[in-house]
Design a protein around this ligand. Sequence first.
Ligand SMILES: *[C@@H]1O[C@H](CO)[C@@H](O)[C@H](O)[C@H]1NC(C)=O
Ligand SMILES: *[C@@H]1O[C@H](CO)[C@@H](O)[C@H](O)[C@H]1NC(C)=O
Ligand SMILES: *[C@@H]1O[C@H](CO)[C@@H](O)[C@H](O)[C@H]1NC(C)=O
Ligand SMILES: *[C@@H]1O[C@H](CO)[C@@H](O)[C@H](O)[C@H]1NC(C)=O
Ligand SMILES: *[C@@H]1O[C@H](CO)[C@@H](O)[C@H](O)[C@H]1NC(C)=O
Ligand SMILES: *[C@@H]1O[C@H](CO)[C@@H](O)[C@H](O)[C@H]1NC(C)=O
Ligand SMILES: *[C@@H]1O[C@H](CO)[C@@H](O)[C@H](O)[C@H]1NC(C)=O
Ligand SMILES: *[C@@H]1O[C@H](CO)[C@@H](O)[C@H](O)[C@H]1NC(C)=O
Ligand SMILES: *[C@@H]1O[C@H](CO)[C@@H](O)[C@H](O)[C@H]1NC(C)=O
Ligand SMILES: *[C@@H]1O[C@H](CO)[C@@H](O)[C@H](O)[C@H]1NC(C)=O
Ligand SMILES: *[C@@H]1O[C@H](CO)[C@@H](O)[C@H](O)[C@H]1NC(C)=O
Ligand SMILES: *[C@@H]1O[C@H](CO)[C@@H](O)[C@H](O)[C@H]1NC(C)=O
Length: 674
Amino acid sequence: MEVRVLQVGLGLLFLLAAQHAPAVAIPSPQCQKMCGNVEIEYPFGIGENCSLTSDFNVSCQVIDGITKPFIDKAEVLNISLTNGTMRMLNHIASTCYNTSSRSMDFSRYGGLNARGSAYRFSDTQNKFTVIGCNTLAFIYDSNGTGYQSGMDYYRAGFAKGFNTSQIWNFSRCSYAVLMESAAFNFSTAYITTNKFNNTFSGRVPTILDWAIRNGTMSCPVATRNESGTYACLSSNSDCVNSTNGPGYICNCSKGYEGNPYLPGGCKDVNECNQSPCPSRGGICHNEVGRYRCSCTTGRKFSKQNNTCDLDNGLIIGVTIGFLVLVIFSCSGYMLNSYTPQTTTIRVELIGKEGYGTVYKGIIKDKMHVAIKRCTLISERQKKEFGQEMLILSQINHKNIVKLVGCCLEVEVPMLVYEFIPNGTLYELIHGKNRALQISFSTLLRIAHEAAEGLNFLHSYASPPIIHGDVKTANILLDENYMAKVADFGASILAPSDEEQYVTMVQGTCGYLDPEYMQTCQLTDKSDVYSFGVILLEVLTGQVPLKLEGDETQRSLSSNFLSAMKENNVDALLVSHVKGKESTELIRGLAELAKQCLNMCGVNRPTMKEVVDELGRLRKLALHPWVRITNTESESLLDGPSSTGFEIDVATTTGYPTQEGDNAPMNPNSSYYAR
Ligand SMILES: *[C@@H]1O[C@H](CO)[C@@H](O)[C@H](O)[C@H]1NC(C)=O
Ligand SMILES: *[C@@H]1O[C@H](CO)[C@@H](O)[C@H](O)[C@H]1NC(C)=O
Ligand SMILES: *[C@@H]1O[C@H](CO)[C@@H](O)[C@H](O)[C@H]1NC(C)=O
Ligand SMILES: *[C@@H]1O[C@H](CO)[C@@H](O)[C@H](O)[C@H]1NC(C)=O
Ligand SMILES: *[C@@H]1O[C@H](CO)[C@@H](O)[C@H](O)[C@H]1NC(C)=O
Ligand SMILES: *[C@@H]1O[C@H](CO)[C@@H](O)[C@H](O)[C@H]1NC(C)=O
Ligand SMILES: *[C@@H]1O[C@H](CO)[C@@H](O)[C@H](O)[C@H]1NC(C)=O
Ligand SMILES: *[C@@H]1O[C@H](CO)[C@@H](O)[C@H](O)[C@H]1NC(C)=O
Ligand SMILES: *[C@@H]1O[C@H](CO)[C@@H](O)[C@H](O)[C@H]1NC(C)=O
Ligand SMILES: *[C@@H]1O[C@H](CO)[C@@H](O)[C@H](O)[C@H]1NC(C)=O
Ligand SMILES: *[C@@H]1O[C@H](CO)[C@@H](O)[C@H](O)[C@H]1NC(C)=O
Ligand SMILES: *[C@@H]1O[C@H](CO)[C@@H](O)[C@H](O)[C@H]1NC(C)=O
């Protein structure tokens, strides 16, 4: 009965043979592979003995001079072997106003019958789509239920009884069809014209899910291959249950591609063509079914981050690592005291910075350490931590904070440093106690030491290590007020290839090299610029960037440069410098700062030149009557307290010494003679 109704309408029928032809083991190589521009791959085939079953029998027809593939009467647009899908054109059901009978003509039902075949209407990629005015359309399957999963048959039709006398002359026809949702784009012209019907000449794309369907056979049974009909003939292929109805499809295993339905059809994928290994120092090796990455000599492959990192300095990390692991596997609950059986370790929270928490730890009542632990750890932060560790572990200099250990095995990585008790140069210049008279020569010495640390960084390795975030807050002061450059989170080994130039801006406002802002190229001269700002802070006691006040006066460096131009630097100087220090020293420092702040990086002095000039100026301050050459100045670059220009630390009572800080740290680890 239903079949007869469908034949009356424009509905398309799958009149498929009820019995399946015996499975063809391998199609002949003579089988046609293309029909028009559609590739026909086994289990689909054109002609006798070319397809797996008659369900996949494709006929290639020439319609109006164009070659097109058909399965039964449905035109095929695409076949996907991996998804088990097929796009075909489905006829649109319609109803139109008949002007002579003055009523709707209901003869053009739509529908598709694929009962008992390999095909099901996709329940995820199709939508039942209805267009018209005063219209109601319906869809139902052979059981009279609506659109659902597993449908192999549907009919579409329209409800009668709507009064169309008002609308027939501008919207004569209504349409209904099950179609690919992605292919539909509503246009108001669809209501008033027959454009919707005409786009594919009365048809629209619909997605069908196909599978190897023999009864209810699914993967567990099919793979046993008891009847010798298992269709996944290629080695390195997998059986995948159909997502729509019974049956299964075949996929090539991971690392393979090709046709899983043919013996030897799944071929190894050369993953290396997609460059999956680290671009910097990585080497890709394609292997059967997979690939492997290795690194050029001197670099170590990190599988987790897919990077090739410089492979050195990891030994310290391992030795201290265990100790730190003991501390931090419990760090959640032991902010104040924790006593394991063997050693006494006290940990206290001492501060939070940008993206980490810093703890102070005392190990065995002797060794004081600072432990930096990330709070919110993103991949980028992890990378920065790794960066910092890698760089610091390679460096040993008296003016660079020393990494004594690291712990990367735990969820959030941690770095363990020597503990630097006396705060930062920033606090010394701008802190609450700045009213205290810190002698200018001390500030100058600290700046000189910081410059030495930076010079060491720049000259230590080739390519040079760039700090990237030089500022007074990153210059720590040890118990003797000796400078220790810290915080290498933004550091990079100077790039050797172009792509590395594009790094994120990480420096601090007020210190950032203006040239870097334009070129995105971080160089050792960017650190020199930032150091120039530090010199200004020492000279003027002002912060690099004022957030309030006159907008034109906010930046210390621009204020300074214009004062230099007007020969009016004195007005900016900090009170205890004004008139007390020799004019030659002040002029020398201002000139040095000006050179460091040159807009053009190449015109700035190198860090080495800065160190030498500072050394010369400091000697000048001591013995203004002596002209000292640069080579002689080396003899004065010694540790603290051996020269007369040190302040007495005891006078800095305004800097509260923390409990336990008076005990010197392990002196051997604090100082390192190069
Ligand atoms: C198809 O296969 C059958 C059985 O192997 C064979 O008899 C027949 O000749 C084949 N037909 C063609 C066109 O190859
Ligand atoms: C496939 O269809 C063609 C005609 O369209 C027919 O000659 C052939 O026998 C069919 N083959 C199978 C396996 O059903
Ligand atoms: C489907 O076939 C059409 C033409 O036949 C082509 O333009 C389109 O890219 C194909 N889509 C896919 C997903 O293969
Ligand atoms: C297979 O499915 C994926 C995910 O739905 C889709 O992105 C891809 O285009 C499909 N491939 C074909 C050939 O239809
Ligand atoms: C309109 O109705 C008349 C009378 O019922 C019928 O003869 C004619 O075929 C119909 N026209 C169309 C286009 O269906
Ligand atoms: C329709 O009914 C038949 C038998 O009554 C049943 O086997 C089949 O699963 C039903 N189809 C759907 C889609 O529910
Ligand atoms: C349809 O509506 C028009 C006006 O709204 C009315 O004149 C006409 O009688 C209605 N026809 C039917 C069959 O109800
Ligand atoms: C359509 O017909 C109705 C009455 O049959 C009339 O009122 C209306 O103006 C017509 N509209 C157009 C666009 O011809
Ligand atoms: C839709 O298009 C087909 C093919 O062009 C045509 O035969 C049919 O009459 C059209 N139907 C309507 C309602 O326009
Ligand atoms: C379907 O499975 C039965 C065994 O369950 C087997 O005998 C038959 O050959 C299979 N048919 C096809 C077309 O694979
Ligand atoms: C496939 O379907 C069968 C029957 O529904 C089920 O037992 C089996 O676990 C499924 N296999 C997979 C891999 O999903
Ligand atoms: C690599 O990953 C580990 C673990 O997430 C992380 O600790 C380390 O910092 C990363 N190293 C680099 C260089 O990104």
